[in-house]
Design a protein. Sequence first.
Length: 294
Amino acid sequence: MELLDQKLPFVNTLFKGIGQIMLQENALTGLLFLAGIFYGSILMGIGALLAVLSGTLTATILNYDKKEIQQGLYGFSATLVGVALILFFKPALFIWIAIIIGSALAAIIQHWCMIKKIPVFTLPFVVVTWVIIFFFHQIYPIPASELLTAETHINNDFTFAFRGFGEVIFQGSALSGIIFFIAVFISSPISALYGIAGAILAAILSAIFSAPIASIEMGLFSYNAVLCAIVFAGSKPKDGLWATASIILSVIVAFLMNRFNLIQLTFPFVAATCITLFFKNLNLRQRLEQTITN
């Protein structure tokens, strides 16, 4: 991918933006993510490309920090907006327009949060998508996508953990999930292993709390946990403890949202990770103060 960075730097940036969905600044990871999306749905793949292009161009036109753009930091929330809208609605003209506008807004919100040093992860995607879904449900109704009602054949086997990877980018196919896992493993083996462990732990917790078995096997209670685990992935025992705490919180938030019929997207991940980071940083400050005092 170094050759791609030299010859086609903007394309390399787009792939990195897609890769950043799972916190990987790696163009090859992003390319594999895109391949997994196209495998699940050609329209979703097109939506992802249009969205990451819109978000990245918005950042470029508004003259945001060049290094941040090259890292793909304005592409991941935008990409998720594009894939989500194709999942929820029939691809009418207004949906494609909404993808462009929504992706641009996600990049702008991401920039504002970065300036304020607020760690929001995929929250810009969540907020923008919630608003657009409300608009097309309540104000200007557009029929639901056939993807929402498509039958998914699930085998009762180990693939549920990989489906957790797949559902991070709204892909129910086990093969897409495996591709995503490999993509993360190429960039960061420990992140991939933490992610798969997070998916399994979340599934076990969900089963204990009597979540629908079909939803567990589809990875719907695991994908937020995958992201939580990746954020806290590390070689120290404490990393595992913080990851576990965030995974448990993400499952709790997912259950609460599910109970009130709220569209989750990646909000459980954002909420759980921000809460866990708060306590982690608080713990670090207390240890630092004790060290200085002693």
